[in-house]
Design a protein around this ligand. Sequence first.
Ligand SMILES: [Zn+2]
Length: 139
Amino acid sequence: MKSNLLMHGLKLSALLLLNAKPRHGYELIKNLGVISGRRVSPGQVYPLLKQLQDSGLVQIKSRGERDKKIYSLTKVGRRAVIESVQKIGGLLDFFVRSKLTVCAHCNCEVYSGGYKISLKSKTLHFCCKNCANAYGAAG
Ligand SMILES: [Zn+2]
C-alpha cells in the first residue's frame, strides 16, 4: 500500500515535471529526489518512463548530446495532467471544507485559529474576538 502510494506520487510528480518542460531521464531522477525528499533511483524512474511511454502519456522528444533521450509529454499526457490536477483540487477542496467552521456571528468560514466560547454544553465558534463580543452584546 505504502509503496503503491509512493509509485502514484512518483508517477504524478514525473508527469508534472514533464508538463513544465521536457527533461533527460537523469534530470528527472534528480528533480524527483528533490520533490520527494528521498533518494529516487534510476531503477524506479526508467521502468516508470517506459510504462508512461507504453500508456501513450510520454514520448521521447529528441536525443540530446551524447545520444541521451529527452522525455516529454504527449498531447494525451498533457490532458491526463490537467485531469489529475483537477481531481487533486477536488480532493483538497473536500479536505479543507471538512476542516472549516462557520463564525456564529458573521457566517464567514474559518479554516484555523478563530475564537471559541463555551456556553453551557455547546461551543460557539467565531472568526475573531470582535465577532464573539458582538454576538455576546446582541444575544
Ligand atoms: Zn465573524
